[in-house]
Ligand binder design. Structure first.
Ligand code: PMP
Ligand code: GLU
Length: 389
């Protein structure tokens, strides 16, 4: 069969590939501890599940509006206003099958052949693949650990060319957990303000921030930033709803929302009607207690994993301010992160994601979205692996 050129260059998501490999090894009876998936181990809050059951029993099982039912769009609009200081009307929002699908649609709507998309590195695996899929070119800005893996205004200025179309920002970051402060966003804005660059702001981890860090939504810093930003968010991470597939994109550009609607009407149509009803309870404050409990548990796990990893002499890691990942520096052991991960999986049955998957070798990603017992057991094995080298 002759496949399209477009599909032939697309690679499988490495984060998903490694999580599946760990799952397969476990199913074969191997003793594997996986820290590879970017997925909370918690169950979805009961109030959300109950609402889904109610929706099924009441026959809410038909097609809906492509962009989402009005009640859901209103709940998102209210959430963005009250929690994120972002002023989006319901008709400036479209719901898709997870934030990944929102991003796919947004890149489809914006990227033409030859367009440049600036992506700070390390980055979440999916962005460069989507850019390439739509014929664009990723321009990576390398960050470093000493600057908390964040870009600054002069790096941004140096990366801009007449072909630059989009800047992607992910805060809190996957894989580093770092969060851009309001001042840092304002300094990036100083560079953007004289351009027509669009910002795609992936805020999927925004509720998961620790130590009273205050999260600032990119579009909230001023009106011009709001107008040029497409805000991406969803319920997978903070509400433990990865399998429900609910994400959304918001933009002040109603024509863009219409175009995303057109694309979605020709591909997947509305997301699952049951998920839509249930998601309202993940947005309107009804699940607040559950979400607060998740955040407290992540905070404890983060502190534990951070301490145990830094206790290992040859490893070091920065304290993440958000999300649920440690991005661990392994350069003193083996700067080849893929070789490190393969060897660790073979010898100790511990699955981590190599930094090279996120565009930065010399590091590995450890997800602490699992129990304290698993964190302790996994890091004991990592310690033993290093001691035996
Ligand atoms: N953005 C980032 C940074 C992520 O880590 C993820 C996790 N898969 C997503 C988007 C997509 O999440 P989902 O499709 O489950 O909403
Ligand atoms: N975003 C998660 C991760 O980085 C889930 C896997 C994926 O969607 O790629 O592990």
């Amino acid at each position: 069969m002759k496949y399209s050129k477009r599909i032939s260059t697309l690679e499988e998501s490495l984060t998903i590939a490694i999580s599946s490999l760990a799952r397969d090894l476990k199913a074969q009876g191997k003793d594997v501890l996986s820290f590879s998936a970017g997925e909370p181990d918690f169950d979805t809050p009961k109030i959300i599940k109950d609402e889904a059951i109610r929706a099924i029993n009441s026959g809410f099982t038909k097609y809906t509006q492509v962009s989402g039912i009005n009640e859901l769009l209103v709940a998102i609009s209210n959430k963005l206003k009250s929690e994120n200081n972002l002023d989006y009307e319901p008709n400036e929002i479209i719901v898709s099958n997870g934030a990944k699908h929102s991003l796919f649609n947004v890149f489809a709507a914006l990227v033409d052949s030859g367009d440049e998309v600036i992506i700070p590195s390390p980055y979440w695996v999916t962005y460069p693949e989507l850019v390439r899929y739509f014929g664009g070119k990723s321009i990576f800005i390398e960050t470093d650990e000493d600057n908390d893996f964040k870009i600054n205004a002069s790096q941004l200025r140096a990366a801009i060319t007449p072909k630059t179309k989009i800047l992607v920002l992910t805060s809190p970051s996957n894989p580093t957990g770092m969060v851009y402060s309001k001042d840092e966003l304002l300094s990036l804005y100083e560079v953007l303000k004289d351009t027509d660059i669009i910002v795609v702001s992936d805020e999927i981890y925004e509720r998961l921030v620790y130590d009273n860090i205050s999260f600032t939504s990119t579009g909230s810093i001023n009106n011009d930033m709001l107008n040029r930003t497409i805000t991406i968010n969803g319920l997978s991470k903070a509400v433990a709803m990865t399998g429900w597939r609910m994400g959304y994109a918001a933009s002040k550009d109603k024509t863009l929302i219409k175009m995303l609607n057109n694309l979605q009407s020709q591909s997947t149509s509305n997301i699952n009607s049951i998920t839509q009803k249930a998601s309202i309870f993940g947005l309107n404050g009804d699940a607040k207690m559950d979400i607060d409990n998740f955040i407290s548990a992540f905070n404890i796990r983060r502190d534990l994993a951070y301490k145990l990893i830094n206790d290992i002499k040859l490893l070091n890691v920065r304290l993440p301010q958000g999300a649920f990942y440690l991005f661990i520096n392994i350069k003193k052991i083996n700067p080849d992160s893929m070789a490190f991960c393969k060897d660790l999986l073979e010898k100790e049955g511990v699955a981590l994601v190599p930094g090279v998957a996120f565009g930065m070798d010399g590091y590995v990603r450890f997800s602490f979205a699992c129990s304290e017992e698993q964190i302790k057991a996994g890091i004991t094995r990592i310690d033993r692996y290093i001691a035996n080298l």
